[in-house]
Design a protein around this ligand. Structure first.
Ligand code: NDP
Length: 245
């Protein structure tokens, strides 16, 4: 695992948005950030899942979260601008954004990639992330030290047979992260990407149906890197692709 000792209350007074906060790694990140004192903004497409995470955070006595139900497949640039304005009205600034939500699409030979699947995966994994980041940067610039975190995958740095559009979308994610990091180098905003590595979630089970999930790290196991990149300890880290395991 990424070597970082998590300190109690290290995210106190921070406001952090997490996409895909209803399930998998995003859900765990939301619970962990709230436990460490952050006010979390839970973005996802299934309201019921977001409400469950909200309830869990409140029941644990952690800061009351906000919920943003949004399907990144259909959301327009205006949705992201409106959401950012609401965040600025309510919290005055955004300290961190974990862009975690994505979809796998279909694992298939390259020649069989369906145009519609390509469009859907690229819409959610690339275009929506771009529009969201464009809007959120306005709120991130209002924080003292701000962290924008993208989520990549091993197939985002090295193409692998049958990983199709998902692999291409993660290459684009890494490129987007690097160009934002370079543009904002030396400012209050740092931008990095996490490669979580094989983690016990629904997406992983779909990608590797024959695998025993007990052999995998849990979302909780990989949290040290997720916390590090949101804490002020990583203030000088910019433009990096870091492995959680
Ligand atoms: P999951 O599929 O378990 O969770 C993905 C989350 O994203 C869900 O909460 C889902 O919402 C949300 N989401 C998907 N599509 C949309 C959409 N259109 N609009 C809004 N929210 C959406 O995935 P993981 O937790 O496994 O993955 C998290 C990230 O980590 C992803 O970027 C993935 O590519 C990356 N990753 C994961 C690995 C792993 O082994 N798990 C390995 C390498 C990278 P809902 O629950 O409502 O469907």
């Amino acid at each position: 695992m990424f070597d970082y000792t998590i300190q109690n209350s290290c995210l106190k007074d921070k406001t952090i948005l997490i996409t895909g906060a209803g399930d998998g790694i995003g859900k765990q990140a939301a619970l962990t950030y709230a436990e460490l004192g952050a006010t979390v903004i839970l973005l996802g497409r299934t309201v019921e899942k977001l409400e469950n995470v909200y309830d869990e955070i409140v029941a644990a006595g952690n800061p009351e979260p906000a919920i943003v139900p949004l399907d990144m497949k259909g959301a327009t640039k205006q949705h992201y601008i409106d959401m950012t304005n609401t965040i600025i009205d309510q919290f005055g600034k955004l300290d961190g954004a974990l862009l975690n939500a994505s979809v796998l699409g279909e694992l298939t030979p390259f020649v069989n990639i369906h145009e519609q699947t390509f469009d859907d995966v690229m819409q959610i994994n690339v275009k929506a992330q771009m529009m969201m980041a464009q809007a959120l940067i306005t709120a991130l610039q209002k924080a003292n030290k701000a962290s924008l975190v993208f989520t990549t995958s091993t197939v985002g740095g090295k193409g692998r047979a049958f990983w199709a559009t998902y692999s291409m979308s993660k290459f684009a994610t890494e490129g987007m992260m690097e160009l934002i990091a370079d543009e904002f180098e030396g400012t209050n905003l740092r931008t990095n990407a996490i490669n979580p590595g094989g983690t016990r979630t629904a997406m992983r089970a779909t990608a590797y149906p024959g695998e025993n999930p007990d052999t995998l790290a849990t979302p909780k196991d990989i949290m040290p890197l997720y916390v590090y990149l949101m804490s002020d300890d990583s203030a000088a880290v910019n433009g990096q692709i870091l492995k959680a395991q």
